[in-house]
Design a protein around this ligand. Structure first.
Ligand SMILES: Nc1ncnc2c1ncn2[C@@H]1O[C@H](COP(=O)(O)OP(=O)(O)OP(=O)(O)O)[C@@H](O)[C@H]1O
Ligand SMILES: [Mg+2]
Length: 415
């Protein structure tokens, strides 16, 4: 950079501050020259400072842009008509679109129909109150799943103060809403469960008395004409009692008696019983048991789990079909699979099958799977299922306990 004298255009100083003409010139004193030179150095320093500030500004703008774009919550600016003026990546992802495609689009086009009035009211309140306004509504996402969001808008003057815009934060509240709903449902269930458990427990006492008297009556010769009826009443009472026991085992936080056992052994023990159950309805059961290591199991509970799952499978299958009980190792877990050839579980039913008392059967209690679920949980096992038109398979996955891997491998002797 060089400095030029205004009137003549003569170059006075070369870049680097070297003066072109040494010594005083016509009309300029030595001190004037020195003054000019000092001024030049000051200007150069100011220039450098400005350049540094510009660089810092650029850096901070980039930092801000990255923060804005990659912030976990959605940010957008709306004009006073509700058009999107800018939006970050998180915001755009709630619409299922790219940010650029949303610029200048009216946001109302992406709000579900039933919530458009809520959005217009949101804009109106922003305009009137000039303060932050919050509204919950649902957005139509491109993937077809409505996204529930909370909008928080703060008005500010834009376009040089001639218009009003709204800085808006979008928070995806779909999951938290679901959790809240689920928590409320569980709370209700818990309360109902506790009440029901209390009542069920109390009902058993008078039932035991009635059963005792009925038993006495069956032995009374004077009442021998009624023996059939009395036996039927005892049978029904026993059935009611077993339903209550099942329910209480689900409601109570009972402790399990875990012992080192082999899953295959337990299955083989109850196999004749399962076969007999199947025979009544012309269905059969087959075993396909691979060698699996021992586990810490509560034998009574595992037998009940297998029994409930097999009974469900049998009830779903038409006559002359075969249900298979499998055990095998997969991804470091011992898997028990109950494979049936029934009609499968429709989606709307599949969502509810673990709920206590949910049943699609006339004589079902809807407790079978809920009991299986709590047994699996007490054994730190996972239970899930796959279903389709060809049938359903329930899987119970037990983590292999290191210590038992070698000592409890199922051999014909241990089985
Ligand atoms: N293997 C299966 N195939 C088809 N549907 C099934 C199967 N297992 C469970 N279900 C469905 O899940 C529901 C709940 O099952 P769950 O065992 O909890 O109760 P339930 O069998 O109806 O009555 P119960 O208390 O006597 O067992 C059933 O009514 C049925 O609709
Ligand atoms: Mg059942």
């Amino acid at each position: 950079m060089a400095i030029y004298v205004k009137e003549t255009g003569t170059k006075l100083v070369e870049p680097g501050g070297r003066r072109q003409h040494d010594g005083p010139q016509k009309g300029r004193t030595q001190s004037q020259w020195e003054g000019l030179e000092t001024r030049y150095h000051c200007l150069m320093a100011e220039c450098q400072a400005l350049r540094d500030t510009l660089e810092e500004l650029e850096e901070s703008r980039n930092r801000y842009a990255v923060l804005y774009d990659y912030a976990p919550v959605g940010y957008a600016t709306l004009d006073n008509q509700g058009r999107i003026k800018d939006i970050n990546l998180a915001g755009a992802s709630m619409f299922g679109m790219e940010p650029l495609k949303l610029i200048d689009m009216p946001m109302s086009a992406y709000v579900v129909k039933s919530d458009i009035n809520l959005f217009l009211e949101h804009l109106r309140r922003c305009k009137q109150s000039n303060q932050k306004v919050s509204t919950e509504l649902s957005l139509l996402s491109r993937n077809g799943r409505p996204v529930q969001v909370q909008l928080l808008s703060v008005p500010y003057s834009c376009s040089g103060g001639s218009a009003l815009c709204y800085r808006t934060i979008f928070t995806d509240i779909t999951e938290s809403k679901l959790y809240k709903k689920e928590m409320a449902r569980l709370d209700r269930l818990h309360l109902v469960g506790e009440m029901a458990a209390g009542i069920a427990h109390e009902i058993r006492n008078p039932m035991t008395t009635i059963r005792g008297f009925l038993q006495l009556f069956t032995e009374n010769k004077d009442l021998s004409n009624y023996k059939g009826h009395l036996d039927l009443m005892i049978e029904e009472l026993d059935r009611a009692n077993s339903i209550i026991s099942e329910f209480l085992s689900l409601a109570r936080n009972r402790t399990v008696e875990l012992k080192d056992q082999n899953l295959n052994t337990l299955i083989k023990n109850i196999f004749p019983l399962l076969q007999a159950d199947g025979l009544v309805t012309d269905k059969s059961v087959e075993l396909d048991l691979q060698d699996v290591p021992g586990l810490k199991l509560d034998g009574k509970e595992i037998r009940q789990l297998v029994h409930n799952l097999v009974r469900n499978g049998m009830e779903a299958m038409p006559s002359y079909e075969t249900l298979i009980i499998r055990t095998y190792i997969e991804n470091g877990e011992i898997v028990l699979a109950i494979v049936d050839r029934g009609g499968g579980i429709p989606l709307e039913i599949a969502e509810k099958i673990w709920t206590p008392f949910f049943t699609t059967k006339d004589t079902g209690t809807g407790l079978g799977l809920a009991v299986c679920y709590s047994i699996a949980r007490r054994h730190n096992a996972r239970i899930d299922f796959e279903t389709g038109k060809g049938g359903t398979t329930f899987f119970v996955r037990f983590g292999i306990q290191e210590a038992h891997q070698r000592t409890f491998t199922c051999t014909p002797e241990t089985a």
